[in-house]
Design a protein around this ligand. Structure first.
Ligand code: GDP
Length: 296
């Protein structure tokens, strides 16, 4: 992820670092190049603009340009502003509520929702020592329910028995009840996806949310779809309210525009990155580490 952006920014900032003195024109020229690199990485335009504006304002400040190492100070400003753009601190999944804690997984079909549900459940079980129950609410696609059951067996996490004919809300309520009776800590609710954003999908998710009161509502979005992923997040947030994002297929995304724009556009943190098809391919999204990776 971020390979080409990292190369581009590395080149621009290396040249800056080597300069003994910096003029305002030098800073402006460097910011033009940074701007082009971010646009090529598919970062949302207004985010690119506010980022370069903030860096430029700080960088042309007298204390930077007149300092002994102005180039290095500009590089530090870029680094700091990149971290701020990405959301500053890592935001892990928050389960600080009375068990069973419902976690609602939402997103478009094919985004990696079911896979991510099982990955998170595995991690909470193995690392968090939680007792997790997963339930598929995809009443239209029996294959999706079976997929979650298969993954559950694979990662050793319980899934709610499938009952044909129930609505999404009925399944969600049954899952909560089963979790209470069975002493589960966390209930992962894998909602149905659709190929496109539509009102029926949103209404169903909103209804399940109202019925279960989830502590986390995580949107699963495909990194490869770039700004579409960001727009999907904005639409879900406006309609049902999100607490965070799981960005999948980070392993195949050479540009990283969705990862870079998501927080600044939607105000919602990326909590986790999906980095492959395997059940362990899940990483925490830590803005400091990500900025470090981009700037090398
Ligand atoms: P859903 O329709 O949103 O539930 O999507 P699925 O969970 O069924 O995932 C669709 C496909 O994407 C599957 O083949 C997954 O293995 C794959 N997938 C999910 N997450 C990732 C990821 O982070 N990286 C890669 N490379 N593939 C992924």
């Amino acid at each position: 992820m971020f390979d080409s952006l990292s190369d581009r920014l590395g080149g621009i900032l290396d040249r800056l670092k080597k300069r003994g003195a910096l003029s305002e024109a030098d800073v402006n020229e460097a910011m033009r190049e940074v701007r082009r690199a971010l646009i090529e990485a598919d970062v949302a335009l207004d985010i690119v603009r506010s980022f370069t504006d903030r860096v430029r304002t700080r960088a042309v400040g007298a204390e930077v340009i007149k300092s002994v190492t102005p180039g290095q100070m500009v590089v530090k400003i870029v680094h700091d502003e990149l971290i701020a753009m990405l959301g500053s601190d890592a935001k892990p999944i928050d389960l600080d509520a009375a068990p069973p804690v419902p976690v609602l997984m939402v997103g478009l079909q094919g985004s990696g929702k079911t896979t991510s549900t099982a990955k998170i459940a595995k991690r909470l079980t193995e690392r968090g020592n939680r007792k997790v129950l997963m339930a598929s609410l995809d009443t239209r696609r029996p294959a999706a329910m079976e997929q979650l059951a298969t993954l559950g067996t694979q990662v050793n996490v319980a899934t709610l028995p499938i009952v044909v004919g129930q609505s999404a809300v009925q399944i969600a309520r049954r899952a909560m009840e089963a979790a209470r009776l069975g002493g589960y800590d966390v209930v992962m609710l894998d909602t149905a996806g659709r190929v496109t954003l539509d009102e029926a999908l949103m209404a169903e998710v909103a209804e399940v949310k109202a019925a279960t009161g989830p502590h986390e509502v995580l949107l699963v979005a495909d990194s490869l779809t770039g700004q579409d992923a960001v727009n999907t997040a904005r639409a879900f947030d406006e309609r049902v309210g999100l607490t965070g994002i799981v960005l999948t297929r980070a392993d195949g995304d050479g540009r990283g525009g969705a990862a870079l724009s998501m927080r600044a556009v939607t105000g919602k943190p990326i909590k986790l990155l999906g980095t492959g098809e395997k059940m362990d391919a899940l990483e925490d999204f830590d803005p400091r580490r990500v900025a470090g990776r981009i700037l090398g």
